[in-house]
Design a protein around this ligand. Structure first.
Ligand code: AMP
Ligand code: FE
Ligand code: FE
Ligand code: ZN
Length: 302
């Protein structure tokens, strides 16, 4: 059982968030949670940033797990927010770094505008939001939600998103985000693997048109995150059909955000064959494997 070849054990969870974006735990804590839920392979996919990779990778390897570096890239198609998961890309790629810096910078001004709007009706300040934000985390509505919770205005993030933070309530402001074609090209050109996150969250009308998805495939899109608690059953069927026709990678993941969402690590998983295809395709950065003789190898052979 010592071939020297890279290997990984069991299904993986390829979509988890730390407090480098809108999760509530440090990268190492996120990996420890994934381990506690029995996962052998894990990816950290914070929104628009890669700063958690080192800490998460170190913890994964120490626990005998395989680590796949990732990110969830914010893009927009017409009115739809489209999240593109990127894996195994070069985190120093100049074009990709410039675009994610631009998104993160604009997210700050946008969050300030949302808070200013909310403060017309509620007792909420920008300092309240900063108090909920770790370091220079990618800021988003979840941090505003946490500030609303701290102020006693809502009970949890879900209530905040259903009410004050929902676009229909009138306080919402958009942030800069490029077209999904740009996101797919930037990830792919940086040696990465682009997978659309939760592509079918709210029914057919909210899903990108199939013709546009096919343009993304032509631009290098590698696959879809199909098993995700927010994808509709009808959407999953359509996605499986497109994936089969184009021989795409299909993944399943939790989208864990710590205490910020009910999602638990491993509630959906990606099988070993798909993880192998992802690793074969990604050339911009390397997965990290546990050392021979580490925990996972021992548990594999028992
Ligand atoms: P933003 O990118 O700032 O517009 O915020 C969107 C983020 O909020 C997503 O990445 C989700 O993780 C999170 N989110 C959306 N809806 C909910 C919800 N109902 N409960 C908790 N978090 C949510
Ligand atoms: Fe999020
Ligand atoms: Fe997302
Ligand atoms: Zn996510």
């Amino acid at each position: 059982m010592t071939t020297g070849a890279p290997r990984f054990a069991g299904p993986g969870d390829l979509h988890l968030h730390s407090n480098h974006s809108d999760g509530t735990e440090t990268p190492a804590e996120v990996v420890r949670q994934a381990h506690a839920y029995g996962l052998g392979t894990v990816a950290l996919t914070d929104h628009d940033r890669t700063t958690g990779w080192g800490e998460a990778g170190d913890q994964a390897v120490a626990l005998g797990m395989t680590f796949i570096p990732g990110m969830e890239f914010s893009s927009r198609h017409e009115w739809r927010s489209v999240h593109v998961l990127g894996y195994l890309f070069d985190p120093t790629d100049a074009a990709l770094v410039a675009e994610t810096n631009r998104i993160r910078d604009d997210r700050i001004g946008r969050a300030e505008r949302i808070v200013r709007n909310i403060s017309r009706d509620y007792d909420l300040t920008w300092d309240d939001v900063l108090a909920q934000t770790a370091g220079d985390a990618t800021i988003g509505r979840p941090h505003i939600a946490d500030a609303l919770i701290a102020r006693g205005i809502v009970a949890d993030r879900g209530e905040a998103f259903d009410g004050v933070l929902h676009p229909r309530t009138g306080y919402y402001e958009p942030h800069y985000a490029p077209d999904p074609l740009t996101a797919v090209r930037l990830i792919t050109d940086a040696g990465g693997v682009a997978i659309i996150a939760h592509p079918a969250t709210a029914g057919r009308d909210r899903m990108m048109p199939v013709a546009f998805i096919e343009r993304l495939i032509d631009a290098g899109l590698a696959g879809f995150e199909i098993e995700h608690r927010e994808n509709t059953e009808e959407g999953k069927r359509m996605l499986r059909d497109i994936a089969a026709r184009h021989d795409l990678i299909v993944t399943g993941s939790s989208d864990y955000h710590g205490a910020g969402k009910p999602n638990r690590p491993g509630e959906n998983t990606t099988d070993e064959g798909m993880i192998a295809r992802l690793i074969d395709r990604g050339t911009g950065s390397a997965p990290r494997y546990p050392a021979p003789g580490s925990l996972s190898e021992r548990s594999e052979s028992k």
